[in-house]
Design a protein around this ligand. Structure first.
Ligand SMILES: [Fe+2]
Length: 318
């Protein structure tokens, strides 16, 4: 495939303290080169026969392609980030930034610090929306190679020297300040609105127990930390626990095949949380059995390993 050039999104003569000469040179020489390089690489890849070409040659071309594609996309985002007055954030955008950074001021300070840290080097600072958590993050990306997987950049500052040298020499601080004065927040907000329409990755669904309430390890930990009453039962199968070396601190192990024998030991007035190895089956089944018997039981999503991955406390299992 061939990539087409995108027209310059911002109007260079409207920018405040950034000259049309700089934008023209940047657009023509750097953005243009990235796009042409991208197309040349795409052509080389198409001409290759993957059945006979050395794997290393294919791999190198694909790496070069990713760098050229990222450079192209980020330059387009950069030019589309400019052309506003920088200070006035539309309400929705200001609200989203305040939600995820504490305040617009704090966001601004972090963004500028990341950009200034790249002075004399090369790279990008991006404001990126992450659908998984529904939140915005600032990202510093050296060269064109790093990106947040699944993230959608909505604002970019180019910190390659070619982005400022013509107007600002080595004075990256003045360039960053000029960039901030020219952010087109209305355009950022329209990209944000598109970004939030992207669904997060599908969540794990326990189809067998669609009604069973689950708790996250974070919720269980918060209850324990707060000293709230909670009965935690490790129901990893016996054949598994004979090999297990640790158990969640605060949990007791009970054989899931002998619920009848231990159900009388637990209290109906305090909530019960059960879990197994990974949270798929036995923990849920046991929670379901307990609920049917009138207990306030739920399972812990992710089981023993989610607890350990969260660095929850464990003790020796004897
Ligand atoms: Fe650039």
């Amino acid at each position: 495939m061939r990539y087409n050039i995108a027209p310059l999104y911002c109007r260079p003569w409207t920018l405040n303290g950034i000259t049309p000469r700089l934008i023209e040179s940047h657009y023509e020489n750097d953005y243009g080169s990235a796009l042409n390089r991208l197309n040349a690489i795409a052509e080389e890849i198409e001409a290759l026969d993957p059945a006979t070409a050395p794997a290393r040659a294919i791999s190198r071309l694909k790496r070069d392609e990713a760098a050229a594609l990222n450079s192209t996309l980020l330059h387009e985002l950069y030019f589309a980030s400019l052309g506003g007055d920088g200070r006035a954030l539309p309400e929705e955008m200001a609200g989203a930034i305040a939600r995820d950074f504490g305040s617009v001021q704090r966001w601004r300070q972090e963004f500028i610090a990341l950009a200034e840290a790249l002075a004399g080097g090369s790279g990008w600072v991006l404001l990126t929306y992450v659908p998984r958590d529904g939140r915005l993050v600032n990202q510093s990306a050296e060269d064109h190679s790093q990106s947040i997987s699944g993230g959608i950049p909505i604002l970019a500052i180019d910190m390659y020297e070619h982005a400022y040298h013509l107007d600002f020499g080595a004075n990256a601080t003045a360039y960053v300040a000029a960039f901030m004065r020219n952010i087109d927040w209305a355009a950022v907000q329209s990209r944000y609105r598109n970004a939030v329409k992207v669904e997060p990755p599908p969540k794990l669904v326990q189809r067998q127990w669609p009604e069973l309430p689950a708790m996250t390890v974070e919720e269980v930990k918060a209850m324990l930390d707060a000293g709230q009453p909670i009965q935690i039962i490790d129901t990893r199968p016996r054949h598994y626990t004979t090999r297990a070396q640790d158990i969640m601190e605060g949990a007791v192990w009970r054989d899931p095949e002998r619920v009848d024998e231990w159900i009388g030991e637990i209290s109906k007035t305090e909530p019960v949380v059960t879990f197994c190895v990974y949270g798929f089956h036995i923990g849920c089944e046991t929670a379901e059995t307990l609920r049917k018997a009138g207990f306030d039981a739920r399972c812990m999503a992710g089981g023993h390993y989610a607890w350990k991955a969260k660095k929850g406390a464990v003790k020796l299992f004897e």
